[in-house]
Write a protein that binds this ligand. Structure first.
Ligand SMILES: Cc1cc2nc3c(=O)[nH]c(=O)nc-3n(C[C@H](O)[C@H](O)[C@H](O)COP(=O)(O)OP(=O)(O)OC[C@H]3O[C@@H](n4cnc5c(N)ncnc54)[C@H](O)[C@@H]3O)c2cc1C
Length: 465
């Protein structure tokens, strides 16, 4: 059995590892356009900040570790075309040499590419790029370009366009590196994946650490600054009411999300769906004979929303594993995402899982969100922190639909959101969360776990006599 994965990141490598684990006789080849297989791109901000001292440390496994599992790596090799009928791939190797690779089963894991928003100066023949200090950020290649700017041009100031989780992580990273950060976000609040009430707490944390936060501000144009200006780049933006806003900086980072990289699969005949991601079933089959796909290039099956697009590393790992198993003849299904995610912003963390009010379809749910606070552990024991929680539930059935958390980075925000993720995954009611037998000792928790206090606050607030 010749199994080929296109893409050497979370999805492609997870598929390859699973296949080799299940069938040590399978001939598994990973073709990757870059030279960084199995790198944790999620760790890029911590290399940029200096907390991870060498980029090689970002590798989940080295190329040698991967090859030791019996898989073959073809790096710096781009798949130009998939010939589904002949089960062959047209390749361009490191030196551009063309080659053909046959397969019995194929897994497409081409991932995503950063969105290039319609900001003047980012496209066209005179577009500004890394050499000018203007960067997008997704791959290790992008990271090396950012590091070259940081090390060679020693920028003092940066404008970050976008305040999603990557924009926030980079604000933290670049501040830690000593740069002065201006963050522009066109929506009314930062971190729009949580409710504005929690976004405002994130903004306060950014401002505490000296970040200038400009929300409701749309970047329109990036140009080289005049010689009399302080930075080497000028960013012109507009506020919601049309008021012009201009900032100068030595560096600009544009991080406004990703779009699925699906041209290769689409040219081979794959159907595209939500946000132009490849349509796959729960078994990660594309509908093309013997072609599977996984990761940021495919639609996401969400347990409460149905078909959506939610590119996350955790999901890419799971989908890749499912695809790897099924390519060998298995029938495993991707169980679905809840969009569970967490981000550290300086000394705080914000997390979410499941749905917020406006995301819960009125046809299916009657959502209510209740905000409350609790201590992460007994306040009499030193070092306790308040956690702000927003619990979303269905008024009609009492079912837990979502949880958002904000609190200190040492307040176990990530693991606490996972309690709710597990509860929502299994369709639990909010009331039943109180019955969960969770751990307690005063330095680490309370007899009622903070999340249980949040769900009890929801019940009190929605109680009908
Ligand atoms: C800065 C940053 C921080 C992040 N933080 C988190 C986080 O904290 N938590 C989280 O869950 N997610 C996070 N993510 C998202 C996560 O990294 C992605 O969801 C995940 O890496 C997607 O994996 P993938 O394998 O689908 O695709 P990608 O990582 O996009 O990789 C695609 C692969 O396909 C290859 N490829 C593409 N086209 C071809 C071709 N034609 N021929 C050969 N090879 C090709 C590429 O070279 C690459 O190897 C972060 C992302 C970034 C950029």
């Amino acid at each position: 059995m010749r199994l080929v994965m296109i893409g050497g990141s979370d999805a492609g490598i997870s598929a390859a590892l699973r296949a080799r684990e299940l069938d040590p006789g399978a001939q598994v080849t990973v073709v990757a356009a870059d030279a960084y297989p199995n790198f944790s791109i999620c760790g890029i901000p911590y290399y940029v900040s200096g907390e991870v001292i060498h980029w090689r440390n970002l590798a989940h496994r080295t190329a040698a570790d991967l090859e030791a599992t019996g898989m073959r790596l073809r790096l710096d090799t781009t798949v130009r075309r998939i010939d589904v009928a002949a089960r062959k791939l047209a390749l361009a190797g490191p030196d551009g040499a063309e080659d053909v690779l046959g397969y019995d089963k194929l897994i497409v894991g081409t991932g995503a590419v950063p969105i290039r928003p319609p900001i003047g100066g980012l496209a066209g023949p005179d577009a500004l790029g890394p050499g000018d200090g203007v960067h997008l950020l997704h791959s290790m290649g992008d990271t090396f370009a950012v590091m070259r700017t940081l090390e060679q041009a020693s920028p003092a100031t940066v404008v970050i366009v976008g305040a999603g989780y990557i924009g926030l992580e980079m604000a933290d990273a670049l501040t830690t590196r000593g740069l002065s950060v201006i963050q522009m976000e066109q929506l009314p609040e930062v971190l729009p994946t949580v409710d504005p009430a929690l976004g405002a707490l994130v903004r306060a944390e950014l401002e505490t650490h000296g970040v200038e936060v400009l929300t409701g501000t749309t970047a329109q144009q990036i140009t080289r600054a005049g010689s009399s200006e302080t930075g080497r780049l000028r960013v012109e933006a507009t506020a919601g009411d049309g008021t012009p806003i201009t900032r100068t900086a030595d560096m600009v980072l544009v991080v406004v999300g990703v779009r699925p990289d699906t041209e290769l699969a689409a040219n081979a005949g794959a159907t595209l769906g939500f946000k132009n991601a490849i349509v796959v079933d729960r078994q990660m089959r594309t509908g093309l004979p013997d072609v599977f796909a996984a990761g940021d290039c495919v639609i996401t099956h969400h347990r409460l929303l149905g078909e959506t697009y939610l590119p996350l590393g955790t999901t890419a790992h799971k989908q890749g594993r499912v695809a790897g198993e099924n390519a060998l003849g298995g029938h495993r299904e991707f169980a679905g995402s809840l969009g569970t995610q967490v981000v550290k912003i300086f000394d705080q963390a914000a997390a979410r899982t499941g749905l917020r009010d406006h995301e819960a379809s009125p046809a299916r749910f009657d959502p209510v969100t209740v905000q409350s606070e609790a201590d992460d552990h007994k306040a009499y024991y030193p070092g306790s922190h308040r956690i702000t929680m927003r619990v979303t539930g269905d008024r009609a059935t009492g079912r837990l639909l979502g949880l958002q958390l904000f609190g200190h980075k040492n307040a176990e925000i990530a693991k606490r959101i996972d309690i709710a993720a597990a509860a929502i995954f299994h369709g639990m009611t909010i009331d039943a969360v109180s019955d969960l037998d969770l751990s307690y000792t005063p330095p680490l928790g309370s007899p009622w776990e903070a999340v249980q206090m949040g769900t009890q606050a929801w019940i009190r607030a929605t109680w009908r006599h």
